[in-house]
Design a protein around this ligand. Structure first.
Ligand code: FUB
Ligand code: ZN
Length: 656
């Protein structure tokens, strides 16, 4: 993102960076090495999900010939290691550390040893199924894993200027360029899970090797040309054993393989796959000036964010296939909202901004980040949600098998551990999402305190930003470079009033595509003061969202708020809130960190009827009444950190 140097100083985010460095990465490394004393949970009840151990590093040792034994874990277990390595790379850039770098260097050596001489790299197939390579692309995740390794290698090279991982990545990518393509002796197809396209495009960006760009183009444009491709591949495979149980009945749309990608106008199938595909589409549009693919990506963006997204930035309405369903189908208690899917949405938004400056990408990026993504990890950095509900009743989650995926507190790890290291790599690379630089303008997508030096049209621009965001909306910029350039200030979609001053004088402005552009010949020490007023907002939903009908959601700044049983008692579904409710804000330093809680009075629905022995009764004979109850709301991202209890984000509306 043209950034040369961004030093984030906001306490809110510094805490996360320290948590990642001091707790999360060492913890995850221990889990990947099977030395952490933890219980690994299945992400849902299914016999085939592994949960004995991670074994991820052991798999590499076996593939490298350093140990004997079998592969254990998901067929894509390698990707957990690669995402961890990518996160460690970003962390090393921020906090250089010789001991950590020794671990990462040794890991890269191990990965290099596990790579086959022709460049092929995948521990499952090397150990267990060498004759089945690339024969079951809908399940195999071989290219998915390759994409994650390539991303990690690029990040490592950029972070510590060490080419070892990059060389392994190029050898792997060269092998793929040789194996896949339109020539008669090549495989004409693509992976069941998009990701390689992102890796190749990142590799192209730093190596400028056009083969990588061309292969990414090929994979994207081949997708969906033959919706039967995956089935045909399985029919041709003489070995009928499956690589991942439970995937056989998924339709072509699960893999975004139902139509060529330029013809896809709705987000279908597995939500993470969709966002990775869209990210790659936006990246290709940017690298190759491909306007057709950009227009297709815009349509998918609109469908997701205008019709298929939760107010938390979560996506994926069903556990079956971890997938999208249809427009406005957004149930709050059985949804999926996988953490990785919101991370993918942030990747998509960040890359769309490079093509098409518009604050709606930044608004959604912010929404997903401050709600689903950071909510996906516990405040201790060692427990994680795979699935992010907006409403939880523990007794029901524990007994209703259709909700076995809805965890009431964050588990230590999962049989399929895609989310924990994905959160680590996203947060550790947060600086790359703050600004987008285009046409001599620096657009501020995310507000957070930082000192930075950015390269704009080949010239360095330095400034500092001070703010206590997301807790308040006072934002001050001090310019440290005298030069002509534009500063684009996002006016968030939740903000209804703001003031803007340049050197203490009110500034006239226009808002274009959600940004105010201040384009001037700046002097050193010029000051910009933007005050975004951040009152509590009460949101309602589109009338077609059945699950939210007659309900209200509370937001302050970018943060969604929710109720938990520990603060408000049980039966949260009996609480009703007026849209005229007055809230008091309380700054609290508690088990949930230093946060702002919201307090107000709700109405609790009570009936004087003795319901004992009755499940239903004639409503005309019952008198219900509302009794005022003080309630406390906490930021959604902090829920589930004080043990198991009820939680609810959408509250019944009280019409007085
Ligand atoms: O298939 C690889 C990863 O596992 C997906 O991205 C996640 O949704 C989980 O299914
Ligand atoms: Zn995940």
């Amino acid at each position: 993102m043209n950034n040369i140097n961004i030093k984030i100083t906001t306490p809110f985010w510094l805490n996360y960076f320290k948590l990642i460095k001091n707790e999360m990465l060492p913890y995850q490394w221990a889990v990947l090495n099977d030395t952490a004393d933890i219980v690994i949970e299945k992400e849902r009840d299914a016999a085939y999900i592994p949960s004995q151990k991670s074994h991820a590093i052991e798999n590499f040792k076996i593939a490298a010939g350093l140990k004997t034994g079998h592969h254990y874990g998901m067929v894509f277990q390698d990707s957990d290691v690669y995402k961890w390595l990518e996160a460690a790379a970003y962390c090393l850039k921020r906090f250089p550390d010789k001991e950590v770098q020794k671990i990462t260097d040794d890991l890269i050596n191990l990965i290099g040893k596990a790579q086959e001489s022709n460049g092929y790299l995948n521990t499952y197939f090397t150990i267990e199924a060498p004759t089945r390579k690339f024969k079951r692309l809908y399940q195999s995740h071989e290219l998915y894993c390759a994409g994650h390794f390539i991303e990690a290698a690029v990040a490592y090279y950029e972070a510590v200027n060490n080419k070892h991982a990059l060389n392994i990545a190029c050898k792997l990518a060269d092998h793929l360029c040789h194996t896949f393509g339109n020539a008669p002796n090549q495989i004409h197809d693509y992976d069941g899970h998009e990701e390689i396209e992102i890796g190749l495009l990142r590799l192209y960006k730093i190596t400028k090797n056009k083969n990588y760009l061309n292969l990414a183009h090929f994979f994207l444009y081949e997708r969906g040309k033959d919706p039967e491709f995956f089935h045909k591949q399985v029919s041709a495979d003489p070995d009928k054993s499956v690589l991942i149980e439970g995937m056989d009945n998924f339709k072509a749309s699960y893999y975004q393989n139902h139509k060529p990608i330029l013809e896809q106008t709705t987000a279908e199938g597995h939500a993470v796959r969709v966002t990775y595909m869209c990210t790659a589409m936006a990246m290709l549009a940017n690298e190759a000036d491909d306007t057709a693919i950009l227009e297709a990506a815009k349509k998918l963006w609109q469908n997701i964010t205008q019709k298929r997204m939760y107010i938390t930035g979560g996506i994926g309405s069903t556990v079956i296939g971890e997938a999208f369903t249809t427009d406005y189908d957004l149930p709050n208690d059985s949804m999926y909202c996988e953490t990785c899917a919101s991370i993918g949405l942030i990747f998509f938004a960040g890359n769309m901004l490079k093509n098409d400056i518009n604050s709606h990408y930044s608004n959604i990026m912010e929404k997903a980040l401050y709600n689903t993504v950071i909510g996906g990890m516990a405040l201790d950095g060692k427990h994680f949600f795979y699935v992010n509900p907006l409403e939880v009743n523990p007794a029901i989650c524990h007994t209703n098998p259709s909700k076995s995926h809805v965890k009431t507190t964050r588990p230590a790890w999962f049989g399929c551990a895609c989310c924990p290291p994905n959160i680590a790599r996203l947060i550790a690379s947060l600086d790359s999402y703050i600004y987008t630089i285009k046409n001599n303008i620096i657009y501020c997508n995310l507000y957070l305190a930082n000192c930075c030096t950015l390269s704009v049209n080949g010239k360095n621009i330095a400034f500092t930003e001070e703010t206590n965001y997301p807790w308040d909306g006072n934002i001050n910029f001090t310019i440290n470079t005298a030069r002509q350039f534009g500063l684009g200030l996002r006016i968030p979609d939740w903000c209804e009033s703001f003031t803007l001053k340049l050197n203490d004088k009110n500034l006239l402005y226009n808002i274009k595509n959600g940004f105010i552009i201040i384009d001037r010949n700046w002097s050193v020490n010029d000051q910009i003061e933007l005050i975004l007023s951040m009152p509590v907002q009460i949101y309602t939903s589109h009338p077609s969202i059945i699950a939210d009908s007659g309900k209200l959601a509370i937001q302050r700044g970018p943060l969604m708020y929710c109720l938990e049983g520990v603060d408000n008692g049980s039966n949260l579904h009996l609480l009703y809130l007026s849209k005229n409710a007055i809230f008091t804000e309380q700054q609290k330093n508690s088990a949930l960190g230093n946060i702002i809680t919201l307090e107000t009075t709700a109405q609790k629905l009570c009936s004087d009827f003795n319901w004992h022995n009755h499940l239903y009764y004639n409503a005309r004979h019952i008198k219900n009444k509302f009794i005022p109850q003080k309630i406390q709301l906490i930021p959604y991202y902090t829920w589930g950190n004080r043990g198991e209890n009820e939680m609810r984000l959408w509250l019944n509306e009280y019409n007085s």
